[in-house]
Design a protein. Structure first.
Length: 264
């Protein structure tokens, strides 16, 4: 990213990407004209639409620690590439329609490197070893994001390469957190399909990292658990603030809606 502007890192969930209206994209473009933008996208909804097997419970594995991940084989990687290419075309067209240039970057093309993934998962009430092509980000090469200033968006597809050179799946929220820490960005925005973090059924507007971590381990489930894990990793990496919600990026960053998670 250019040295004279603060980069904005936004993760847009695959469950809500197609549901954002024209006003949301216009707002994102307005923000991008003043700040270099990195947009990390998910692909859950288009992948499930591609093939019914991705909607089956067996498509998701649960490891010995209770964490969930998609059961990823080389065929699944190929399908992710297929749906994410079409998704990227749509995102680029939306941004360019609003006067922002955009380019796509596969995380596996030198940006994201993955460490060893979990190998033991529950199946039929037993822990079994599965060679799942999923791994956590252990290194980011931010040089792949340099040279782009205001008015440009780099769209990142969060695939990575492991030590063996294989393309692997990785959690998009945690990938966005790793990118934000590597740039570094002062804030990470997680755009999701819920307006706030709910604790005991009540919306929370601001929460510290320790309290968010405690809730993640005791009360959060599913996708929110992953988002809180990503938030903690971003803050540990030096990002000052993580905001999540289902609103426009400018409103989330201004603190007028959503939930802010801070180091203290």
């Amino acid at each position: 990213m250019s040295a004279d502007a603060t980069a904005t890192v936004v993760k847009l969930g695959g469950s809500c990407l197609e549901d954002m209206d024209d006003a949301w994209w216009e707002d994102l473009a307005d923000h991008a004209r003043e700040n270099p933008l990195v947009l990390v996208h998910g692909w859950s909804k288009p992948l499930k639409r591609l093939d019914a097997r991705y909607r089956e419970p067996s498509a998701v594995l649960r490891d010995r620690y209770g964490n969930q991940s998609r059961h990823t084989t080389p065929e699944v990687i190929a399908d992710i590439l297929k749906v994410s290419a079409a998704l990227a075309d749509g995102v680029v067209a939306r941004l360019e329609k609003n006067g922002v240039t955009a380019s796509r970057l596969l995380g596996s093309d030198g940006l994201l490197h993955a460490g060893p993934g979990e190998r033991w998962y529950w199946r039929d009430k037993q822990l079994v070893e599965i060679d799942n092509l999923v791994g956590p980000i252990n290194r980011v090469e931010p040089a792949a994001l340099t040279g782009h200033g205001k008015g440009h968006c780099v769209l990142v597809t969060p695939l990575a390469r492991d030590a063996a050179g294989r393309v692997v799946n990785t959690d998009a929220d945690r990938a966005a957190a790793a990118v934000a820490a590597a740039i570094p960005a002062p804030a990470l925005t997680l755009v999701t399909d819920v307006p706030f973090l709910l604790v005991d059924g009540k919306p929370v507007r601001r929460i510290g990292a320790d309290a968010a971590r405690a809730f993640r381990d005791k009360g959060a489930t599913g996708g929110m658990r992953k988002k809180l894990r990503a938030a903690g990793e971003a803050l540990d990496g030096g990002v000052q603030r993580v905001v999540l919600g289902g609103a426009r990026v400018s409103d989330l960053l201004a603190g007028t809606t959503g939930t802010a998670i801070t180091a203290t």
